[in-house]
Ligand binder design. Structure first.
Ligand code: ZN
Length: 628
């Protein structure tokens, strides 16, 4: 019996695989189909047996002069070509060139904020000294290094490089936010991703298109003047040599402390004794992460706390926050961040936080807003505590998507922004029952709902720029995930999510890998759902009608399936709530009859649209005059 069940299950999976391979489910472009047929990816949603990805070791030294804003670096990059291809060039990203006057940008900046971009001072490839001006060519923000000898499959290339740039006076996801408040990202020559889909990623950095990085190892030495504290991606290796003992002791205690430790206090700042020497070189090391950034602060408070993220092993994550006394609500920042890390680890997705620390740097902006990088986040302030919690949560949630899951956000921003918008949903409401986390995504989606701008999520993000268009990656994706959760039920949804994370962490999943994994893990072909939400133009709109027989009909007037919640009020004043999951619209079903008590007279029927987008609010109510 057992054997037979297994066999038929296997048969079902086999049919499934063929089903997708034959193009009857979702659309897979022939170029991508080849990857599935050739084994770098698999039709059941798993990484293929021939899956590969390239990576680098970065051994870098960098100095930041807070006075002049000069950043100068040198070091070695060892690039591992694990692909089956011979590479005649290597694409290196020079992000700082976005500040050159001549570079196209998605945001306008004042001429005074222009810089000369990044200067390459030295370039040595596999021991051969090259002139950076002739060894390759520069497009706007990319450098195409022509290899003196091609990088063969399974080979490594050693690049020694020295560079410098001046910080722009404009902050764009990095820079100098205020006196003594620096966040340094996009700062080193970074080898672009070479993958099985496109080969080299040559997307230019224009401001709104964000991450797609290899998983690399970093050893970084950062030199800054006295009393500047550095918090960076990875492990802080020599804090004992740099920090004043009284600060260091508190830091060490905080690494294991379940309650908040104020590591640098107002009194410590008044004493002016944070670091021991005039110039300090901070050493950090990070293994298998998709970027390296650092906060560089002076006269900042520093709070830390530790949280057990994996009950099985007792593994802890250190959560810390850098802020100023005037940053509203930030005295609670580390406590709230701790709750977030705990919630992500233990509730949903219920996957232990994958890194050893999570640091938030407050940039002081009163307009809120934030930016993520592995183990590091930049956040503004909020006068409302729950809004701050929601912001902290969003940026910390990015740890999973795009960092741990290696998402190509340059093409599929909904694969990370949608999740970072979705993940705080339950928790913010739990902490503050008056707060609806649906409000902001709804605001973002409503900005495009029913308009030309509501384009399919599968359009590559780099071609979908500017507000409100880009907001589909937050708003539309959020509601797609909400509708998916309602469709599968929260248990199965979580199982599928964990399966997706387990298969693709530290790799680069494509949208199809996500779709196929959810199909596989839920045991159901969800193509009917993927198509309207991810592939098609359209919108959400439910409506109510009464037909000639007197039946009450709920209609899906738009094409994006959503869960249904309806309140029926009877003449006797009694209320009935009718709920249907997204499943009620399966396979193109466009209407259903409401199951109501026929022995009573109906006074009103209303579609509850608090948790769903709905284009036309005028068809959401039916009201009847009372009969007695
Ligand atoms: Zn985000």
């Amino acid at each position: 019996m057992l054997k037979r069940i297994n066999y038929s299950l296997f048969f079902v999976i086999l049919i499934f695989g063929q089903f997708f391979a034959q193009d009857e489910g979702i659309y897979v472009p022939p170029q991508v189909k080849e990857l599935y047929n050739n084994g770098t990816r698999s039709w059941d949603g798993k990484p293929g047996t021939d899956y590969w990805q390239n990576n680098s070791d970065y051994i870098l030294k960098v100095e930041l002069d807070p006075e002049s804003g000069l950043v100068s670096g040198e070091g070695k990059i060892i690039y591992y070509n694990n692909s089956p291809d011979t590479l005649s060039k290597i694409v290196i990203r020079l992000y700082q060139d976005i500040f050159k006057a001549s570079t196209p940008r998605d945001y306008g900046i004042k001429p005074e904020a222009f810089t000369d971009g990044i200067e390459l001072e030295r370039l040595v490839v596999n021991g051969e000294e090259l002139d950076p001006d002739t060894a390759g060519y520069r497009s706007y923000t990319n450098y195409y290094l022509k290899m003196p000898a091609p990088a063969l499959p399974k080979s490594k290339t050693e690049i020694q490089i020295a560079w410098n740039f001046k910080l722009s006076t404009k902050t764009l996801r990095m820079g100098k936010y205020r006196e003594g408040g620096f966040f340094i990202a996009y700062w080193y020559p970074q080898i672009a991703v070479y993958d099985d889909v496109d080969g080299w990623d040559i997307t230019e950095y224009t401001g709104s298109v964000e991450f797609y990085n290899d998983f690399n190892n970093y050893e970084v030495e950062i030199t800054v003047p006295e009393n500047y504290l550095i918090r960076a991606t990875g492990e802080m290796l020599n804090a004992n040599e740099i920090l004043e003992p009284k600060i260091y002791d508190k830091y060490i205690r905080a690494l294991e402390s379940d309650s908040v430790i104020r590591i640098i206090t107002v009194d410590d700042l008044d004493d002016g004794e944070i670091t021991r020497y005039e110039n300090n070189t901070w050493k950090y090391s990070a293994i298998n992460v998709s970027d390296f950034t650092f906060a560089c602060v002076k006269n900042y408070l520093w709070d830390g706390v530790s949280v057990i993220v994996d009950d099985k092993t007792g593994r802890r994550t250190f959560v810390d926050v850098l802020y100023r006394e005037e940053d509203k609500n930030y005295d609670e920042g580390v406590y709230l961040s701790k709750l977030v890390v705990e919630d992500l680890s233990k509730n949903f997705p219920g996957w232990p936080f994958p890194y050893s620390h999570m640091t938030t740097f407050c940039n002081g902006s009163k307009r809120g807003g934030g930016m993520e990088s592995p183990m590091m986040a930049v956040d503004g302030t909020h006068s409302n505590r729950t809004y701050l919690l929601s912001l902290l949560y969003h940026e910390i949630a990015h740890t999973y998507f795009p960092f741990y899951m290696g998402i190509n956000e340059r093409k599929y921003a909904w694969m990370d922004e949608g999740w970072a918008t979705f993940l705080p949903k339950e928790f913010t409401h739990k902490i503050d029952s008056s707060y609806s986390h649906y409000m902001i995504p709804k605001y973002r989606y409503n900005a495009v709902l029913g308009k030309e701008n509501n384009v399919p999520l599968m359009l590559l993000s780099k071609s979908v720029k500017g507000i409100p268009l880009y907001a589909i990656n937050y708003g539309r994706a959020f509601f797609a995930y909400v509708a998916l959760e309602e469709l599968l039920g929260s248990d199965l949804f979580k199982i599928a999510m964990k399966e997706y994370i387990s298969r693709w962490n530290n790799k680069h999943p494509l949208p199809y890998d996500f779709f196929f994994t959810f199909n596989d893990a839920s045991g159901e072909d969800l193509s009917w759902f993927w198509k309207p939400w991810f592939y098609e133009f359209g919108y959400c709109d439910l409506g109510l009608e009464q037909n000639d027989e007197g039946d009450f009909i709920v209609k899906m007037i738009g094409n994006q399936p959503v869960p249904v919640e309806i309140k029926v009020v009877y003449d006797d004043g009694k209320e009935q709530i009718i709920k249907e999951s997204t499943r009620v619209w399966k396979n193109g079903n466009k209407e259903f009859v409401l199951d109501i008590d026929e022995n009573k007279k109906v006074s009103s029927i209303e579609i509850d649209v608090e948790k769903i987008p709905d284009y036309n609010s005028e068809n959401n109510n039916l009201e009847f005059a009372r009969q007695n």
